[in-house]
Design a protein around this ligand. Sequence first.
Ligand code: ZN
Length: 187
Amino acid sequence: MMIEEVNTKRCTKCGEVKSLEQFYWRKTELRFSSWCKFCENLQRCQSLSQERKKNPEKARETWHRYRIRHLQEMRIHDAERQKLYRRRFPEKARLLARQSRLRRVNDPERCAVFKTKRAQYYLSQDKEALAKNAKIQRAFLMDGYIKVCIRRKYHCETNNITPEMVALEREHISLMRLIRQKKKEVA
Ligand SMILES: [Zn+2]
């Protein structure tokens, strides 16, 4: 009975009785916060969003600094979030990807940054994993592989490759594969 009472606390903001885990520990004051985590976070969010509205320039800078400091974790987080988004809204994700590609294409500076990033990414990757990925891309005629084919065959810039070209080339390659297979069967 006593233990139960000790382990709970009433939030002075929302008035709910919650377990102590729901309250932040104030290290300097050696006590639990009088507001619960939920109320504190809500308050922080609200004041932050007000600050952002008042001074968007500064908010952007802060965000940028934060991003740089937490780049590695955020990258993992971003990748996971994007994966989820792509799975839930495949159509929207494709549209967004196309839009961002167009924005990049029209901005040489952005283009250069992207290219170096991509090069760095490939250098950092495990060679075996890359080879495996390339194999899968080729076997399932995925967009990446088709684009490589188009670039090689027609000396076309990636940026000029349209989804229609990809679709046509995919059909072409699968037809060629089929013909080759039939020839083998006859021989
Ligand atoms: Zn509360």
